[in-house]
Structure formats: structure tokens, C-alpha cells
Design a protein around this ligand. Structure first.
Ligand code: PLP
Length: 405
């Protein structure tokens, strides 16, 4: 026990206290400035619904109706049967996979799918290959369950494509799975089919499953998303997706995973995931009705939203590349850009982000918060309308000119 002011403090677990989440960590100093009455332009959190995006009307209506019609009970642990059928239809149509509703597990968004997967794969010491840089919960959750996140390189000059040679070098006898995040957060990369095929070949060689995070799959600009599930012959692929990004329903907390496993190598892992699903009872029941409406309904809203996002991407990409001391790749998917701090007085990317926050009043996330490969970079979202991005870029440009003399 620790003593604090004469009071015996109850100690929390090291496992929980070890969790870091950079995206939210930079919010505290920003709040302090806001308390002093300073306006901060927040380009740190990837939530489209905080900007001018909303779930489509037919989904909102279905959610409300589900509640009013009495769908307020505990559902099945694996998820609503009709929703799982709708997910099968979607995955077949997009990725040409051969699955049934039994191959689908509905979850409280991709985040819960990650908890289930790492909970079912890790006892202690197992290694999960993750992209570097990576969306922070991949590091945080793997560690929480006692595993070791091992980052494989992604190549900035090639639009942040995974370095499959490096991935191969990182495989050991403790490697348990390869995680692929495509389109990628934080880099905005869209992985090439050829690279994905190489990853599948590597996974096949070492009998590893692929964990495929496809939460941004329809959110691409020039190219189209390719899922490893559409390429695999025998390598098991666990696809994760949900309502948060392309259905613009982040707060509904609904998603799914499906198992594309032609040789049934994941049979026991699936049993473990089923157990984890049962002890958390079930996913949100009315949100699942809204998901059925979303998956089976029109997606024309996406065209308008993607046009807005493309305009914003083009704008921020141009402004950042024109600025002294900063260079950036053009994002091909999602709504993040991951520029490099080429020169300046800062010793670390966190120091840069805090300096920008205090003096240009724009909030970004420091690249090292996304783990290996993120050093001396920062992440910005481009969900905000162009006039907001313009103000942020004007402030940043003035700041960079001052700092670089
Ligand atoms: N996966 C990636 C790559 C993300 O960027 C995010 C959110 O930013 C998530 C998963 C979280 O998704 P969900 O809201 O479905 O938990």
C-alpha cells in the first residue's frame, strides 16, 4: 500500500496503468489553454461526427424505430442473425469471400474485436506483428494481454507501404499473427495488391493468421481497397469492420469480425473468441438493427462525403508541402495525413506538437505516439471544412517561418 496524505491508497494494476494513448494525451494541455480563453483548432481526433458528417438518415431512423418497437433486450452473444446475414452479403459482394453467418461475430466496434482477438491469441510473451507507425490500441491492447507488439517497417517514400522484407526479419518462433491496417491510420496509406499478396505468402510460410483492419475500406481516393480475404487460398484472415467510419456512426459502437479460413485452422481460436463474447453477454441490440439498415441500404451519401474529404485532403496536402520544414506523402485513404518534420529546433516530435499547440494554437498528435516509425512526424486529420483547415495552415505556416528564421 502507498500512503497519500495519511490515507492508504488502493493500488491499481500495472497492466492497466501501463496503457498509453497518445491521441487523448495531448488533449490535457489543450484543455488548459482553452480554460484561459484561447481558441484551439483541434485536428487531433479521427471522429467525422465531430465535424459535418452524420450517419445516413435511414440508419438513424432504423435505430430510433428499433428502440420504439421494443428491441431493447439482450440479444445473442454472436450477434443478431439477420445482421450476420447482411454482413455475409456485404463481405461476399466486396471481397468475394465464401462465408456463412456462423463465420461472423458482431462486436462493440472494431475495438472490442481487437480485445477478443488478442485475448484469444495471447497467453504471455506471444508476438504480434503490427505496422510501424500504428493505431495506438494495437500496441496498448497487445501489451495489456501480456503480448509483445513488434512493429514492421512501412516505407514513407513509397506512400507508407509495408516493408515485407522487414516483416520477414521480425518473424520469430513466438510470432502469433500479422496485423494489417489498410487504409492505414495514421499514415493514410492504401496497400498495393502485390504487397498484400506478399504478406499472405509470408503468413502461409510461417502458418500465421492475418488480422485485417478494414474500418476505412470504402474511404479511398484514387485507388480501391483490396482485402487480403479476397486473395487468400489457405491462410486464415480475420477481417474487422464496423459502423464507425464509412457509416459515420462512431458513437454507436458497433462492428464485426469475420473469419475467412478455408482450412478451418482457427477452429479453436474461434471457440476462445466465442467464450469471450459470451461473458460480455451481447452487442448493443438496437444499434444492430440500424446496422442492418446501413449494410442493406443505399450508400449514395458516401459519394458526397468522399467528395468533401477529397477536397480537404488536396487542400491540406498542398499547404503542408508548401511550408518550410515540412514534407508529406499524399494520403490514399482514411482522413489522416502524416507529415515529416524535416528541420527545426525541436528535439522530438512531442516537443514540436506542444510548441505548435502553445504558439500556433493548433492541436496535432505527435508521431511517436503511434510507436516505431512515427518519430519526427505528426498526424493531422483533414475532416474539418477548408476554411478551418485554412486557418490552421495559416497559423502553422507563420509559426514555421518564425521558428526556421
Ligand atoms: N481501427 C483503426 C485503424 C482506427 O483508426 C480506429 C479508430 O480511429 C478503430 C479501429 C476504432 O474503430 P471502432 O470505432 O470500430 O472501435
Amino acid at each position: 500500500h502507498d500512503l497519500c496524505g495519511g490515507v492508504v491508497m488502493i493500488r491499481p494494476s500495472n497492466r492497466a496503468m501501463g496503457i498509453e494513448y497518445a491521441i487523448r494525451d495531448v488533449v490535457l494541455p489543450a484543455r488548459e489553454l482553452e480554460k484561459q480563453g484561447i481558441k484551439i483548432i483541434k485536428l487531433n481526433i479521427g471522429d467525422p461526427v465531430k465535424f459535418d458528417f452524420q450517419p445516413p438518415e435511414h440508419m438513424k431512423k432504423a435505430y430510433c424505430e428499433a428502440i420504439m418497437e421494443g428491441h431493447n433486450y439482450y440479444g445473442d452473444s454472436e450477434g443478431d442473425k439477420e445482421l450476420r446475414e447482411a454482413i455475409v452479403e456485404r463481405e461476399k459482394k466486396k471481397n468475394g469471400v465464401d462465408i456463412t453467418p456462423e463465420d461472423v461475430q458482431v462486436t462493440a466496434a472494431v475495438t472490442e474485436a481487437l480485445q477478443f482477438i488478442f485475448g484469444a491469441l495471447i497467453d504471455g510473451g506471444e508476438e504480434i506483428l503490427i505496422p510501424g507507425p500504428s493505431y495506438p490500441p494495437y500496441v496498448g491492447l497487445v501489451k495489456f494481454y501480456g503480448g509483445v507488439p513488434k512493429a514492421y517497417k512501412t516505407i514513407e517514400e513509397e506512400g507508407w507501404q509495408p516493408d515485407v522484407d522487414d516483416m520477414r526479419r521480425k518473424v520469430t518462433d513466438k510470432t502469433k499473427a500479422i496485423a494489417v491496417i489498410n487504409p492505414n491510420n495514421p499514415t493514410g496509406a492504401l496497400y498495393e495488391k502485390k504487397t498484400l499478396q506478399e504478406i499472405i505468402d509470408l503468413a502461409g510460410e510461417y502458418d500465421l493468421p492475418i488480422i485485417s483492419d478494414e474500418i476505412y475500406d470504402f474511404m479511398t481516393y484514387e485507388g480501391k481497397h483490396v482485402s487480403p480475404s479476397s486473395l487468400t487460398k489457405d491462410v486464415p484472415v480475420i477481417v474487422m469492420n464496423g459502423l464507425s467510419k464509412i457509416y459515420f456512426a462512431t458513437g454507436w459502437r458497433l462492428g464485426y469480425m469475420c473469419f475467412i479460413d478455408p482450412e478451418n485452422k482457427l477452429a479453436e481460436v474461434r471457440e476462445a473468441i466465442g467464450k469471450l463474447a459470451r461473458i460480455r453477454l451481447c452487442p448493443n441490440t438496437p444499434a444492430q438493427k440500424a446496422a442492418i439498415a446501413g449494410l442493406r441500404g443505399p450508400m449514395d451519401y458516401l459519394e458526397e462525403y468522399m467528395a468533401k474529404l477529397k477536397e480537404r485532403r488536396d487542400y491540406i496536402y498542398k499547404r503542408l508541402n508548401e511550408m518550410p520544414g515540412i514534407s508529406t506523402q499524399k494520403p490514399q485513404g482514411a482522413f489522416y495525413i502524416f507529415p515529416k518534420i524535416e528541420e527545426g529546433p525541436w528535439k522530438s516530435d512531442k516537443e514540436f506538437v506542444l510548441d505548435v499547440l502553445h504558439n500556433a494554437h493548433v492541436l496535432f498528435v505527435h508521431g511517436s505516439g503511434f510507436g516505431e516509425g512515427g518519430e519526427m512526424h505528426f498526424r493531422s486529420i483533414f475532416l474539418a471544412p477548408v476554411p478551418v483547415l485554412e486557418e490552421a495552415m495559416d497559423n502553422l505556416e507563420k509559426f514555421m517561418k518564425e521558428r526556421l528564421g
